[in-house]
Design a protein around this ligand. Structure first.
Ligand code: PEP
Ligand code: MG
Length: 590
C-alpha cells in the first residue's frame, strides 16, 4: 500500500481499478491468468518485443537515409532498452507472480525502469519519455485491435493520467469513471473544474502518480483529503467504503435539507445563487441543487470535437438551456477558447505564452465569422427566455466597445434577413484581468453587469499559472491583492447600480462565502453540487458577522494567515469540505 498526496479538487471518495491513460488513451487491464497460461503470456511478450524491435530497426533505416547517423541515436537507445535482460526478467517475474497478463507485466516492469531513470542524478533522468515510448510500442503490439478505449469502458475505473484535456474529461462516462488522479494541474485548471461539475472525486498535482500506478492496480481517490492510495490493504478499503457511504449520505441530507430554503442570511439579506455549467445537460442537475439561474455557461464546450458548431445547432442548444431552466436568467458567455481549453484545429498557431496570448475574446475578434455566428445564435434563442450575454477576458474598454459594435452589426444583419430575434439582451463582462479590475468605473458605464472570474484574475494578479502544480501553493485567493481588487470591483458595481456576481471557483469555496458577503457580493455563480453547502453557510450568519470577518481579512497582510483564519471561521459549517493543504503554517488571526 502506498499513499500519495496531491491537490484535492473535487470532493468525494472513489475506489476502483486504475485505468492508465497515456497519450494514446488506451487501457491496460490487470488480469489474472491461469498458471497454465504463463508460457503463452511470456510468448506474447517476446513476440511484441520482437515486433517492436523490427519497427525500430526499420525506422532507423529511414532516419539514417534522410537525416544521417546523428538522428538515430535515440532510436538505438530504444533498441537497447528493449533488449535489456533485466527488463525482460522483470516482465517475466510479473507474469509469473499473479499470474498476470503480459500487458500488466509490461506496464509494471516499465514503471520500475521509469523510477530508476527518474531518480537518477545523471543525464539519463531526462529519458523518461523514451521509456514511455518503448512501453507504448510494446503495448500497441500486445493489444493490437483489442485496445480497450476510454469511450467504451465496460467496468468502473479510476483514471490515472499525466494530464487530461478538459474536453476529454467532459466526455467521461460518469457511471464508469469513478475517480481521477493526475500528475499535473492546479485547483482551477479546467480539468479540475469539469471533474467537479461531473461530481467525480479528483486529486491533481500528484507529480508522478503515473509512475507509481500500473493499469489494473486497485486505487482509492480521496478527493476531499487530496490523497491517492495505491493497492490499499483490506482494512483501508473497508474504512474508505465506510467514509464513502457517510459522504454520500451527508451529501444527500444537505441537498434535501437546503433545496427549497431561501438563500438569505439570518437577518434577511438575500443572496443570489446561480450555477456554472459547461454542458446544457447539466442544467437539470443545477436546478435540482437549487440554482436560480445560470450565472456562467461556458459555451466553448460546444467545441468538444474540435468542430465549429453550426448556427442551427447553437440556437437549439441555447434554446434548450433557457427552456430547461424554466424561468431564471441564463448567462451565456461567448467563446472562451485557447490557453488550457481546446481550440479547433488550425484556429491558431502554437504560442509561447498561451494564457497571455490570443485566447478568448481576442481569438473571437480574429475569427469574426465564428464570433458573429455565436452572437446570431444567442439573439435568436433569446426569443425563448431570459438570456444574458457575457464577454470574457476583457482587458480594456475598447474591447467592450468593439464587442458591442459587432453585436450591433449582427442585429442589423438579422433585421435585414427578417429573422426573429431578441435585440434587447442584457450585456455583461467578465472581470478576470487585473487591468479590468482596476478600471471598474470606466467599464461599468458600458455594461449591465460584471461577473468576477477569480480563476483567471488570481492567476494574472499573482503571476501564477493556474494549471501548474509546481506553483499551486502560490495560487492564493486569500492574497491581500486579490481581496483589494475584489473590493474595488464590488464597490464600483454598487456606485454604478450594476449587478456584480462572481463565477470563479472562489465563489464555490466554503471558506470564502462569509468574507465575500462582507465585501458586498450578493450574487454567486457556482459549481451546482456546492449550492446546498454554500446556502447552508449563508443561512447561518448575519451580515454584521460577515462584515466583521471581512474587516479582519482586509487588515491581514498575508494570505497564509488569512487562509487559516477563514478555514477556522468556516469549519463549523462543513468540516468535511474545508480542504486542508495550506503550506503556510502560521498562527491564525484572532
Ligand atoms: C474564471 O476565470 O474565473 C472563470 C470563471 O472562467 P474560466 O474558469 O472558464 O476561465
Ligand atoms: Mg476565465
Amino acid at each position: 500500500m502506498r499513499i500519495k498526496k496531491g491537490i484535492p479538487v473535487s470532493p468525494g471518495i472513489a475506489q476502483a481499478p486504475a485505468f492508465l491513460i497515456d497519450t494514446e488513451e488506451f487501457a491496460i487491464s490487470r488480469q489474472r491468468v491461469a498458471k497454465s497460461a504463463i508460457p503463452a503470456q511470456i510468448d506474447r511478450f517476446k513476440e511484441a518485443k520482437e515486433k517492436a524491435s523490427e519497427e525500430i530497426r526499420a525506422l532507423i533505416e529511414v532516419v539514417e537515409k534522410e537525416v544521417g547517423s546523428e538522428g538515430v541515436a535515440i532510436l538505438q537507445m530504444h533498441l537497447v532498452l528493449l533488449a535489456d535482460p533485466d527488463f525482460h526478467a522483470d516482465v517475466e517475474k510479473w507474469i509469473r507472480e499473479g499470474p498476470h497478463n503480459a500487458e500488466y507485466a509490461v506496464s509494471r516492469a516499465t514503471r520500475t525502469v521509469l523510477k530508476r531513470f527518474l531518480s537518477s542524478k545523471s543525464f539519463i533522468s531526462h529519458r523518461g519519455s523514451d521509456i514511455r515510448d518503448m512501453e507504448h510500442r510494446l503495448l500497441r503490439n500486445l493489444l493490437g485491435s483489442q485496445k480497450q478505449q476510454l469511450a467504451d469502458l465496460e467496468s468502473e475505473v479510476v483514471i490515472i493520467a499525466r494530464d487530461l484535456t478538459p474536453s476529454l474529461t467532459a466526455s467521461f462516462d460518469r457511471t464508469r469513471v469513478r475517480g481521477i488522479a493526475i500528475d499535473l494541474g492546479g485547483k482551477t485548471s479546467h480539468t479540475a473544474i469539469i471533474a467537479r461539475a461531473l461530481g467525480i472525486p479528483a486529486v491533481v498535482g500528484l507529480q508522478d502518480v503515473t509512475v507509481d500506478v500500473s493499469g489494473g492496480d486497485m486505487v482509492i481517490v480521496d478527493g476531499t483529503g487530496g490523497k491517492v492510495i495505491i493497492e490499499p490493504s483490506a482494512p483501508t478499503q473497508e474504512g474508505y467504503r465506510e467514509r464513502e457511504k457517510r459522504y454520500i449520505e451527508f451529501e444527500q441530507r444537505i441537498e434535501f435539507e437546503q433545496k427549497d430554503l431561501p438563500a438569505e442570511t439570518l437577518d434577511g439579506h438575500k443572496i443570489g445563487l446561480s450555477a456554472n455549467i459547461e454542458l446544457v445537460e447539466e442544467i437539470e442537475t443545477a436546478a435540482m441543487y437549487g440554482a436560480e439561474g445560470i450565472g456562467l455557461y461556458r459555451t466553448e464546450f460546444l467545441f468538444l470535437d474540435g468542430v465549429e458548431p453550426e448556427e442551427r445547432l447553437q440556437i437549439d442548444t441555447y434554446r434548450k438551456a433557457v427552456q430547461a431552466l424554466g424561468g431564471g436568467d441564463v448567462t451565456i458567455r461567448t467563446l472562451d477558447l485557447g490557453a488550457d481549453k481546446l481550440t479547433p484545429d488550425g484556429m491558431h498557431s502554437r504560442e509561447k505564452n498561451p494564457f497571455l496570448g490570443c485566447r478568448s475574446i481576442r481569438l473571437c475578434f480574429e475569427h469574426m465569422d465564428l464570433f458573429k455566428t455565436q452572437l446570431r445564435s444567442i439573439l435568436q434563442a433569446a426569443v425563448h427566455g431570459p438570456i444574458r450575454i457575457m464577454f470574457p477576458m476583457i482587458s480594456a474598454v475598447e474591447e467592450v466597445r468593439q464587442a458591442k459594435l459587432i453585436l450591433e452589426d449582427v442585429c442589423e444583419d438579422l433585421q435585414r434577413e427578417n429573422v426573429t430575434f431578441q435585440a434587447d439582451v442584457p450585456l455583461g463582462i467578465m472581470i478576470e484581468v487585473p487591468s479590468a479590475a482596476l478600471i471598474p468605473d470606466i467599464l461599468a458605464e458600458e455594461v449591465d453587469f460584471f461577473s468576477i472570474g477569480t480563476n483567471d484574475l488570481i492567476q494574472y494578479t499573482l503571476a501564477v499559472d493556474r494549471t501548474n502544480e509546481r506553483v499551486a501553493n502560490l495560487y492564493q485567493p486569500a492574497h491581500p491583492a486579490n481581496f483589494r481588487l475584489l473590493r474595488e470591483v464590488i464597490k464600483a458595481g454598487e456606485r454604478h447600480g450594476i449587478e456584480v456576481s462572481m463565477c470563479g471557483e472562489m465563489a464555490s469555496e466554503i471558506e470564502y462565502v462569509i468574507p465575500l458577503i462582507g465585501l458586498g457580493l450578493r450574487e454567486f455563480s457556482l459549481v451546482p453540487t456546492m449550492i446546498p453547502d454554500i446556502k447552508k453557510v449563508i443561512r447561518s450568519v448575519t451580515l454584521r458577522y460577515c462584515q466583521e470577518v471581512t474587516e479582519k481579512v482586509m487588515e491581514s497582510p498575508d494570505a497564509g494567515r488569512t487562509e487559516i483564519y477563514l478555514r477556522e471561521v468556516a469549519r463549523p459549517f462543513r468540516p468535511e469540505l474545508v480542504w486542508g493543504n495550506s503550506k503556510f503554517e502560521k498562527k491564525p488571526l484572532t
